[in-house]
Design a binder for this molecule. Structure first.
Ligand SMILES: C[S@@+](CC[C@H](N)C(=O)[O-])C[C@H]1O[C@@H](n2cnc3c(N)ncnc32)[C@H](O)[C@@H]1O
Length: 250
């Protein structure tokens, strides 16, 4: 069964926790506190909007193609101004945002260079463009070895859904092709103190089931889920997906 907007919201909030250290590192560097207008492109259910509102006096704008997700964002972070629209043709005039950012967006769009060009167009000269999280599943690592096939399953599932599973490695080149200046790129590190909670694991496996239903049988998927959960219980599970970020000037 497809996940509802509120189930996606839980997943997006979980993903936002993975990148929170990076945001805390970058926000002061890009002068978030002094910004007046900030745009979150592909904002989904608004996982970043409340945080942006609390950390700056700027007016925060959110844009997404998916209207049920936007409606949820409006309810949860009502100070934002939201627009339904396509990141490939942003419905804003040029030079209006001091900061334009995205989070887990570019892998999903048809033409990521076009999207970053659009982000650059709507950003004031010298303002910042930030792609905060773009994974590269080609570098996915799973342990124990019985879970290695998850890499292939997820890669195929993303391709089938129209996403680019190898976007992360292309991010610097995409920013350069879009004409961004002073580009800085990096990969998020990871520190794991505790195993995910059963609720987090169940959510992760609902997303895998939704994504990969056509790649493997339900029985095979249940078997992999069981093995992954047992591996966490034995404290022997490793799962790492390199996730890239890029910061450029307009
Ligand atoms: C993985 S979600 C991330 C949502 C949010 N940025 C977050 O991190 O919680 C990707 C979002 O991008 C949106 N999206 C995909 N292609 C888009 C496009 N061409 N224009 C605008 N939004 C798009 C999807 O609807 C989805 O909400």
């Amino acid at each position: 069964m497809p996940l509802s907007a509120s189930e996606w919201d839980k997943r997006f909030r979980q993903q936002a926790v993975w990148t929170q250290d990076l945001r805390h590192y970058l926000y002061p560097k890009i002068g978030l506190k002094k910004a007046e207008n900030v745009l979150d492109v592909g904002c989904g259910t608004g996982a970043l909007i409340a945080e942006l509102t609390s950390q700056s006096k700027a007016q925060i704008y959110g844009l997404d193609l998916d209207l049920p997700r936007l409606k949820l964002a409006m309810r949860k972070a009502s100070t934002g101004i939201y627009s339904g629209g396509n990141a490939q043709a942003l419905p804003f005039p040029a030079n209006v945002f001091d900061l334009t950012l995205s989070h887990f967006l570019l892998l999903w769009v048809d033409d990521p260079v076009r999207v970053v060009q659009e982000m650059r167009r709507v950003t004031t000269p010298g303002g910042s463009i930030l792609a905060l999280a773009e994974p590269d599943y080609g570098g996915r690592l799973d342990y124990p070895p019985s879970l290695a096939q998850l890499k292939e399953i997820q890669t195929k599932a993303l391709r089938r859904q129209g996403a680019d599973p190898h976007l992360g490695r292309k991010l610097r080149s995409i920013f350069a092709q879009a004409g961004c200046q002073e580009i800085v790129t990096g990969v998020l590190g990871g520190q794991w103190f505790e195993a995910p909670t059963p609720e987090e694991l169940n959510l992760e496996w609902s997303v895998i089931a939704e994504d990969a239903g056509e790649e493997v049988s339900a029985k095979e998927l249940r078997n992999l889920e069981l093995q992954a959960k047992l591996a966490w219980e034995r404290n022997e599970r490793t799962l790492f997906v390199p996730t890239f970020y890029a910061w450029g000037k307009a």
